[in-house]
Write a protein that binds this ligand. Structure first.
Ligand SMILES: [Zn+2]
Length: 260
C-alpha cells in the first residue's frame, strides 16, 4: 500500500510538470533518462543492422544542413547530436531521445534543396524536444502496468517493447511507426520555428510536403504518416509562417551554404 501511495505521488508530480514547448499539457510517467537510454540503444542496433552510407560528401552535406537547426534549439538541446545517413531507398528520417538523428538516402532524392532537408530535420528534432516518445510510452501498455502498481521508472528493461513502440520503432528495427496527428502537427510547428530561426526558407517546408505526397504512395514512413492529410498540413504551415512573420521571428544567422 505504501509503495502504491508513493508511486501515486511520483506519477502525479511528473504528470503535473509535463508541458510541451507549445504549452500543451502532457501525460508523462516515464523518465527522460530512461527514454534517452532506449533511444541510444535502438540507434546502436540500427547502425549494426542497417547499412550506413559510406559517401562522405553526402554525410557532410546532411551534417552541414542540420547544424544550423541544432544551433537554434533551446540552449539545453543544442549539443551532442549524432547524425547518421543510412543507405536505404526508404523515404524516411527520424530522431530519437538521446539526441540521435537518422536520415535515409531515399529521402535525399525527394528533397529538392537544403531548405527542404532542414525542414525534415527540424520536424524530427521537434518530436524529440516535445517528448512525444515518452508521451506515447505513457499512454501505452506501460501506463496500464503502472496503474497496476508496477513502476517503469525503475524496471527499464522489462518495458523494452513498450518503450520501443513509444519511440516509434517497431519490433523490427527500422520500421518506424507513425505518430498521432497531434504529434505530427506539433512537430511541424516546432520544426518551422527552427527552420525560420536557422535562416532557411519556411515556404520550402510546404513544397516538401507537396513532393512527399506525390512520391509517398503506400510506402511506410514516419514523416508521411496517414494523418494529417497533406493539404491540412500545408495549410497549417502557411498559417504559422504568417503568424511567425507577424511576430517578427528573424533568422539568427545567414542561410548555410551546403553543397552535395
Ligand atoms: Zn513526424
Amino acid at each position: 500500500m505504501k509503495n502504491i501511495t508513493l508511486l501515486f505521488f511520483v506519477v502525479l508530480t511528473l504528470v503535473a510538470c509535463a508541458k510541451s514547448p507549445t504549452g500543451r499539457s502532457q501525460f508523462i510517467i516515464v523518465g527522460a533518462e530512461q527514454m534517452s537510454k532506449m533511444g541510444i540503444e535502438s540507434f546502436d542496433n540500427m547502425k549494426q543492422e542497417q547499412p550506413v552510407s559510406t559517401d562522405k560528401k553526402l554525410t557532410a552535406y546532411v551534417q552541414c544542413v542540420a547544424d544550423p537547426i541544432l544551433k537554434v534549439l533551446p540552449a539545453e538541446w543544442q549539443n551532442d547530436w549524432e547524425i547518421v545517413v543510412f543507405d536505404s531507398e526508404q523515404i524516411n528520417a527520424f530522431a530519437l531521445p538521446g539526441r540521435k538523428i537518422g536520415v535515409y538516402t531515399g529521402i535525399l532524392q525527394v528533397t529538392e534543396n537544403a531548405d527542404q532537408l532542414a525542414a525534415i530535420v527540424g520536424h524530427e528534432v521537434g518530436h524529440v524536444i516535445a517528448n512525444h516518445g515518452a508521451e506515447r510510452v505513457s499512454q501505452g501498455t506501460a501506463a496500464q502496468k503502472i496503474a497496476q502498481g508496477v513502476s517503469v521508472l525503475t524496471k527499464g528493461s522489462e518495458y523494452h517493447k513498450e518503450i520501443s513502440a513509444g519511440l516509434g520503432i517497431g519490433a523490427q528495427y527500422g520500421v518506424l511507426m507513425p505518430f498521432s496527428r497531434l504529434h505530427e502537427s506539433e512537430a511541424d510547428v516546432l520544426g518551422l520555428q527552427y527552420l525560420m530561426l536557422a535562416g532557411y526558407k519556411p515556404e520550402e517546408s510546404q513544397k516538401l510536403w507537396q513532393n512527399m505526397a506525390k512520391v509517398g504512395g503506400k510506402r511506410q514512413m514516419e514523416i508521411l504518416s496517414t494523418h494529417p492529410a497533406p493539404e491540412t498540413r500545408i495549410n497549417n504551415l502557411g498559417k504559422h509562417i504568417k503568424k511567425y512573420r507577424a511576430q517578427g521571428i528573424k533568422p539568427l544567422f545567414k542561410r548555410a551554404a551546403c553543397s552535395k
